[in-house]
Design a protein around this ligand. Sequence first.
Ligand SMILES: CC(C)(COP(=O)(O)OP(=O)(O)OC[C@H]1O[C@@H](n2cnc3c(N)ncnc32)[C@H](O)[C@@H]1OP(=O)(O)O)[C@@H](O)C(=O)NCCC(=O)NCCS
Length: 178
Amino acid sequence: MIELGATVSEQDKIEVRPIKLKDIDDILSIDGEIRAVGNVITYRNLTTEYILFAGRGKPPQQSPASYIRSLTGDVAPLLNFSFVAEVNGQVRGFILGQVARLREGVTEIGIIQMIGVHPDYHRRGIGSKLIRALADKYRSEGIKVIRIGVDHRDKSLMGLVEHVGFGVDRLVVYSMMV
Ligand SMILES: CC(C)(COP(=O)(O)OP(=O)(O)OC[C@H]1O[C@@H](n2cnc3c(N)ncnc32)[C@H](O)[C@@H]1OP(=O)(O)O)[C@@H](O)C(=O)NCCC(=O)NCCS
């Protein structure tokens, strides 16, 4: 349980580490807290459950005590490129990455599928640390480009990615309902 109004002080220890299966329930709980606050823009139509379970079983219909037992199939691609941030040993933020192959000349690209920091812990540098950890991991795997799709109305996510050094790509995504 996360205390309301908790803040990070100078003495608090923020540690970013690779995700483990046991973190999934904490991640889904942070996702729930973020959505309860109601500022989800870029990820409005993309659930964390969808990313975690895609091709790996079906998320339970009702909120169970733990989602971990419902997860099946190959979890390695998920675990390889995802990190959590702990504040004093408690998971307060997460980033889910994935390697994608694109046709635009770059063979492999590192994607940020989703990032979330518990609302009580925003603006403490946690989101930046998560992106840097994932960027280091991609770099160590020889991947030279990291990409995230951001809704142009999502000022916090846009602010974060620009803060850590992302720039707008030449590629503009057009979509059409069919
Ligand atoms: C976007 C998000 C990850 C940022 O995390 P964070 O830990 O607060 O980010 P940081 O503290 O590392 O911010 C670093 C910089 O990014 C920029 N930034 C972060 N949040 C911002 C905001 N709300 N508005 C403008 N710029 C922002 C600032 O430049 C900030 O530096 P500063 O605090 O010195 O001004 C966080 O706001 C979040 O989780 N939002 C919800 C995301 C979401 O919908 N996820 C899917 C649901 S699970």
